[in-house]
Design a protein around this ligand. Structure first.
Ligand SMILES: Cc1cc2nc3c(=O)[nH]c(=O)nc-3n(C[C@H](O)[C@H](O)[C@H](O)COP(=O)(O)OP(=O)(O)OC[C@H]3O[C@@H](n4cnc5c(N)ncnc54)[C@H](O)[C@@H]3O)c2cc1C
Length: 463
């Protein structure tokens, strides 16, 4: 119900009148005198970072966004249902703080960031709170599981669940796989490449911006990136000649190079037509990186929820491997709501049933405390059904761990390149920080290869 309201608001805004490009040529790439040095498709973290770097180098660039706002999958709302509290519908934490360019930008501006996950944990077993012994057994099972799969990562690739199969009989393996697969990687452990999963384990510091990740990205990177052309979906890109032509609704524009930062969900959907078609290795890389789904929900909780302390993470033991599991965070940082997280197949199965997801979160709270009674209603995110994203973030199929590096290879001497969270091959895939660094990488490559600069700006020098 609430999610539908959210979706309706998005689509209403998307359809408002916008300035269109003047109609120019049909799809051709052999013209002279392009209007822009670089066109950037998509104004999420990667697109904003690319634009900021290109503008710092004094280039004429255009940032084109299909939606009605910048930020993409980093988006903060203040819903009236939650008393105006800040709720990130997508990215929630700043992972790998010491490598995260958004953290560096925030620090340069003197913005305080709080440690994430500083509250307590409540583990539920068969409808009751776990004993200390059960809690300790969970922790030691996790350590043993991590040692097993880490050792297996040195061998041939397989799925994460195959890597942990020697511990299939352990009563906590299903919960550990739910956490590391469905929740963190947005896909079930049986679908994930062990090698890619291992490369992207995020074990550094995690921080939380008080006003939300979406707000932080928009206020810090938005001005550096310059204005975006909103509500302008790119439908086609001709890239094979000496320049590129982008076809938007009813109009075309020309650029010397294009950086495409849309999700692999959008690339797989065929909503953007490429002329000529993308080469087989790029299509193969896109196929190797399908979109996973992590969904979030929020139940209003203006006051403490029963006797559960604020900032408590409630986790149910998952009975069997592959069974669904939802995590519930009670009034994180004291904010007036309960947040829920559920991913992988479970999230896809609830994508059209927000009421069922909200009911599951309420049932978990009641198991933790029979007096727990959050307020009525709730919100559930809809990333899986939004055609501008097609999921939460990309995961890697087993045997395809080279896909991220392959997708980041520039085409046609750098005239066409892809960037974004899915392309990040240095351990920050699927994150806002990784997307920003990837936008920077693509912009710097264009400046070197197409514009011919030897010295190029970096995100670290901006802001
Ligand atoms: C529920 C959820 C939780 C997450 N949690 C975290 C977290 O805690 N920490 C973290 O670091 N990351 C998290 N992430 C991941 C993070 O949000 C993404 O990795 C990152 O924001 C992706 O940025 P991007 O620029 O690669 O892509 P996007 O943000 O998807 O940007 C691409 C843009 O392209 C636009 N677009 C699509 N089609 C077209 C078209 N045809 N023409 C023009 N524009 C188009 C889209 O509207 C979008 O704005 C989470 C994501 C989700 C969904």
């Amino acid at each position: 119900m609430r999610r539908r309201q959210l979706r309706r608001r998005r689509s209403q805004r998307r359809s408002r009148p916008v300035r269109r490009f003047p109609p120019t040529s049909p799809m051709r790439s052999d013209h002279t005198g392009p209007e822009f040095d670089v066109a950037i498709v998509g104004a999420g973290a990667a697109g904003l970072a690319a634009s900021a770097v290109l503008r710092a180098a004094g280039r004429r660039c255009i940032l084109i966004e299909a939606g009605d706002r910048i930020g993409g999958r980093a988006h903060t709302l203040h819903p009236a249902l939650l008393g105006g509290a800040c709720f990130d519908t997508g990215a929630t934490w700043l992972h790998a703080a010491e490598r995260n360019p958004l953290v560096a930008l925030a620090r340069r501006r003197g913005i305080a960031l709080e440690p994430a996950f500083r509250g307590g944990r409540r583990l539920l077993v068969a409808g009751r709170t776990a004993s200390d012994a059960e809690q300790a057994a969970y922790e030691s099972s996790r350590a043993a599981w991590e040692a097993l799969v880490t050792a297996r990562a040195g061998g041939p690739d397989c799925t994460l669940s195959e890597a942990g199969s020697a511990r299939a009989g352990d009563p906590w393996t299903a919960s550990i796989e739910n956490w590391d697969g469905a929740i963190i990687a947005a896909a079930d452990a049986g679908e994930l490449s062990l090698h890619d999963w291992h490369r992207n384990v995020l074990d550094d510091d995690n921080l939380s911006p008080p006003d939300g990740v979406g707000t932080l990205l928009e206020t810090l990177l938005g001005p550096l990136a310059g204005p975006a052309r909103l509500a302008t979906p790119v439908r086609g890109i001709a890239w094979g000649g000496t320049g590129c032509v982008l076809r938007c609704d009813g109009a075309c524009l020309t650029a010397r190079a294009v950086i495409v930062t849309v999700s692999t969900g959008v690339l797989r959907s065929g909503h953007i037509a490429f002329e000529p078609e993308l080469p087989p290795d790029i299509l193969d890389a896109i196929d190797g990186l399908p979109m996973g789904l992590l969904s979030k929900l929020a139940l209003p909780a203006a006051a403490p929820v029963g006797a559960i302390e604020d900032d408590t993470l409630v986790e149910r033991q998952v009975p069997e491997r592959g069974d669904p599991g939802m995590l519930v965070s009670v009034r994180p940082h004291g904010l007036g709501y309960v947040a829920g997280f559920f991913g992988g197949r479970h999230a896809w199965s609830l994508a059209d049933r927000p009421e069922a997801a909200l009911a599951e979160a309420r049932a978990i709270l009641r198991e933790a405390d029979s007096d727990a009674e959050p307020g009525a209603g709730g919100l559930v995110t809809g990333w899986g059904t939004d055609p501008l994203f097609g999921g939460a973030y990309a995961y890697c199929r087993p045997g395809r761990a080279g896909s991220r590096a392959a997708l980041s290879r520039p085409l046609c001497d750098g005239r066409l390149s892809f960037a974004g969270e899915a392309c990040r091959a240095d351990g920050l895939a699927g994150t806002v920080g990784g997307a920003m660094l990837d936008g920077e990488r693509a912009a710097q490559a264009v400046l070197r290869c197409i514009i011919g600069l030897h010295s190029v700006p970096s995100l670290a020098a901006l802001g």
